[in-house]
Structure formats: structure tokens, C-alpha cells
Design a protein around this ligand. Sequence first.
Ligand code: GRF
Length: 212
Amino acid sequence: MKKIVILISGSGTNLQAIIKACENNIINGQIVAVISNKADAYGLKRAKNAHIPTALFERKHYQSNVEMDVAIGDFIAGLGADLIVLAGYMKILTAEFTQRFSGKILNIHPSLLPKFRGLNTYQQALDAGETEHGATVHFVNEQVDGGAVILQAKVPIFPEDSVADIEARVREQELQIYPLVVKWFVDDRLKEIDGKAYLDGQLLSPQGYAID
Ligand code: GRF
């Protein structure tokens, strides 16, 4: 069974969805650790409730980002993890880390990449007058929110929408698409080759495999 490590910084709703999919044998993998860089991340409680080992790596204990990521990387390598899932991990990983685990790191970002990288994507979408928004699951490389897109889910933006309305609509989709992509990876259907994403041997388009 494939070993999965999940990195979080916050509430962990995506983590919870992946835990549930593992418990229900939808994902045929084992979450061997949940790692947080924040001691008060609610996702740590979710992991403990599911009897999943947790680990805390705080920046203040390291001289540099590289040193911290080496420590996290050594811990992950020691567990023999096959897949690293970023689920609301709010610290940019160093190039040393992303290269060390190239092709094995997934992230979910709340926008239809390449639109709206970085933070506050819902506000960015509103400000830009967009009529749709969404979420993207992608492989992670050294560029922030820049790796090969695997799957996107779109939601409408209505004229009266607030940021909270859009966020809730996007979140509902995130909780559907992230476990699905983790399943694809664990089932050996999904690969990254030369910076491109392949599903069942087929090159995915720059927008990934899109569902509305
Ligand atoms: C999600 O919106 C995800 O797209 C982004 O961070 C948020 C994490 O939320 N990367 P949660 O911790 O899974 O609840």
C-alpha cells in the first residue's frame, strides 16, 4: 500500500476529505504522517482523531528555510513516503525540497491556474470581474503554484457574491477533486514526466482534466 504524508498549516478540511477517502478504501493508501508548521493548526486534531501520527516543524527552530526543509525531507524519506500532499501548507517550499521529491508532491490551489497565483484568490477574482472561479490540483515544482496542472473544477461567480460565498463554493469542489487526484496517484494512473502531467499514459492539457 502506498504511503502518503500530508502537510498542513491550518484547518485541514482537505486533509479530512483525504482521511475519509482512505478510511472508506476509496484511496488505497495509508496516511503515515501529518506534518504541520503551525502548532495550533486544527488539522493536527483531525489527524489525532483519526489515529494518524503527527509531526511539528516550526521555522523558529531552524537557521534557514533550506535547513527546515532538509529536516522535513529527511523525516519524510525516513517514513518511505510515496506521495507528499500539500493541503493548505502555507509556507513556500525550497527548490531543494521540491527537486528532492520531484513528481511526488501534489498541491491544491483555490483558483483556475494560471490565473490568480498566491493569496486572496477570491478577492482577486472578484476585483477582476470574473464570472467563474475554481480550484486546481497540480504537481509542485520550484515555482509557486506553477507545476503541471492535473485537475480543475470550476464554479460560477454571481453578481451578488461575497468572498465567503465564492470560497464556500470552491471549497466544496476542492473536497471532491483532491481525494480523486490522490486516488489516481496511488493507483499509479498519474505521473509527472519532464514537468508534464500524464493520466493513464495520456498527456493532460495545460488546464488538466477539467470538470464543470
Ligand atoms: C484551501 O483553500 C486550499 O486550496 C489552499 O489552502 C486551503 C486549505 O484549507 N491551498 P484546509 O486547511 O484544507 O481547510
